[in-house]
Design a protein around this ligand. Sequence first.
Ligand code: FES
Length: 82
Amino acid sequence: MTEVVICVGSSCHIKGARRVVEGLTKLVKESGMSELVKLSGSFCMGRCEEHGVSVKVDGEIHFVDPDHVEEFFRDVIMGSWK
Ligand code: FES
């Protein structure tokens, strides 16, 4: 099970956290990965200055552009199983 925690603090909210949440939720569902990926939200991760929304994948933090959620899902989340 891959744990994905999306920051929904105010700074990430402004950067499009909602689109990241919605995009990942959809991609996980569409790819039939609901059993393998656990999505949750978190308050500020202390990395507001970074470009992109803070998202932790199994404890490792990434900064996600809401326009590139699909690439993030494919390369980082699915990539973590290789
Ligand atoms: S609000 Fe997301 S890292 Fe601060």
